[in-house]
Ligand binder design. Structure first.
Ligand code: NAD
Length: 426
């Protein structure tokens, strides 16, 4: 064993996502006159696991990584939520993401609670072998609290179907038999679901159409800017493009591009696959990364990370409608400014619920060993998104509040009802 090196720890973002998540919850709890006891329960996470574990690197050294798995609430069913590999991951970020998952599952009407996991790592600096060994060891470390009946992980930023297959295989090896329902977002070959990979982007497309109808916006006369061109962003771009929207600007972690006439999304996806970035795409002009949020457009889709729209730049946003494909991209202060400016925000807990909805379908299929075709998955997803959008819209209108607050009121009511019906043990 060679020298032991510690994974670099990066500073937490200036805005703490956990404080933002609690602030959003507190506002809705206040509005709904939530019982103080329930409020105290729901504003904290149920369980938080910190794991520190060694991985053998290709050069023979050992590197120590820190990872997390957090379960916010399990009153409505097993916990559900993705796993993120990113150098900026913190325990507070994972706690926020776990709480948002609880509300999202309740809004989509799924029998799940909320969880999230992450490792502090920039996976771009790992070889394939290092990535696999790190994933398998992390899966073993968190295996004490995950399982088909307890907590079911899924992909998130920088994690993929292949990584989900390694997690499924690791848990299966430890059990001695295949446990496909322990994780969703797997490849089709090991119990994945048709339509799961595109589900988050497809859900974003469905809510975009719903919101446009309500607001009297014509998709075919609308331009869109998208921040982040990974699973959520690139598939939302492709499916919105197919509905007639003009995708005028996109960005990823390497930079941003713009074309007023619209980008050819299929060619852009091929370009990103070939070069690793959206930058340098022929026919598009380069713009500053921050400008993707501020360009002239009708719809804005943040699909990267938290805290991208803040009180600093909210005054310069030109879109009429924002769809939060990412989790937590708008800070509470920015939310207030956007609302004052009459900009409609479809919140993350609704806009990106397509991913967890098809994850639910995948889990159900795995438990039954009976698989559905893609048309059936997409039709069921559309039904869930339509119902969730309508309920959130109606809740907001009924209470005279924003769509985010309308969504929170609905979610908190459902989770509070389950918690009350179950009672406090013992
Ligand atoms: P991903 O790893 O597939 O893609 C992330 C993208 O964001 C990449 O293109 C990356 O280059 C880009 N990016 C990172 N930092 C950026 C920055 N500062 N500026 C611009 N672009 C940046 O991840 P994903 O699965 O698409 O997740 C993106 C967001 O969507 C996250 O907030 C995630 O929690 C949320 N989400 C994902 C799913 C899912 O099923 N994958 C479901 C619900 C919500």
């Amino acid at each position: 064993m060679n020298a032991i090196a510690t994974a670099p720890v990066t500073s937490a973002p200036a805005e703490n996502p956990w404080h933002n998540a609690q602030r959003q919850f507190d506002q809705a709890a206040e509005l709904s006159h939530l019982d103080p006891g329930l409020r105290a329960v729901l504003r904290e996470v149920k369980r938080q696991l910190i794991v520190t574990f060694p991985v053998k690197m290709d050069d023979g050294s050992v590197r120590v990584f820190e990872g997390y798995r957090v379960q916010h609430n399990m009153a409505r069913g097993p916990a559900k939520g993705g796993i993120r590999y990113h150098q900026g991951v913190t325990l507070d970020e994972v706690k926020a993401l776990a709480m948002w998952m609880t509300w999202k599952c309740a809004i989509a009407g799924l029998p799940f609670g909320g969880a999230k996991g992450g490792i502090v790592v920039d996976p771009k600096h790992l070889s394939e072998g290092e990535l696999e060994r790190m994933t398998r060891r992390y899966a073993t470390e968190i295996s004490v609290i995950i399982g088909p009946e307890y907590d079911i992980p899924a992909p998130d930023v920088n994690t993929s179907p292949k990584i989900m297959a390694w997690i499924m295989d690791t848990i299966s090896m430890e059990q001695g038999f295949s446990v496909p329902a322990v994780v969703t977002g797997k490849p089709l070959s090991v119990g994945g679901s048709q339509g799961r990979n595109a589900a988050t982007g497809r859900g974003v497309m469905f809510v975009a159409l719903e919101a446009c109808t309500r607001l009297g916006i014509d998709p075919k006369a609308s331009t869109v800017a998208i921040q982040g061109f990974g699973n959520a962003g690139s598939i939302a771009a492709r499916l919105m493009d197919a509905q007639g929207f003009t995708i005028a600007a996109v960005s990823d972690s390497s930079g941003a591009i713009h074309s007023a006439d619209g980008l050819d999304i299929d060619r852009l996806i091929a370009h990103k696959k070939a070069t690793g970035s959206v930058t340098g795409f022929p026919g598009a002009s380069a713009i500053a990364a921050s400008d993707v949020l501020e360009v002239r457009c009708d719809l804005l889709v943040p699909a990267a990370l938290e805290n991208q729209l803040t009180s600093e730049n909210a005054g310069r946003i030109q879109a009429r409608l924002i769809l939060e494909a990412a989790n937590g991209p708008i800070t509470p202060d920015a939310d207030i400014l956007l609302e004052q400016r009459g900009i409609t925000v479809v919140p993350d807990v609704l806009a990106n619920a397509g991913g967890v909805t098809v994850s639910y379908f995948e889990w159900v299929q795995d438990l039954q060993s009976f698989f559905w075709d893609e048309d059936e998955i997409n039709a069921r997803l559309e039904k869930v998104m339509h119902r969730a959008f309508t309920e959130v819209w109606d809740s907001a209108k009924q209470h005279g509040v924003s769509l985010r607050q309308g969504a929170y009121l609905l979610a908190i009511e459902r989770v509070a009802e389950a918690t009350t019906d179950r009672g406090i043990y013992p």
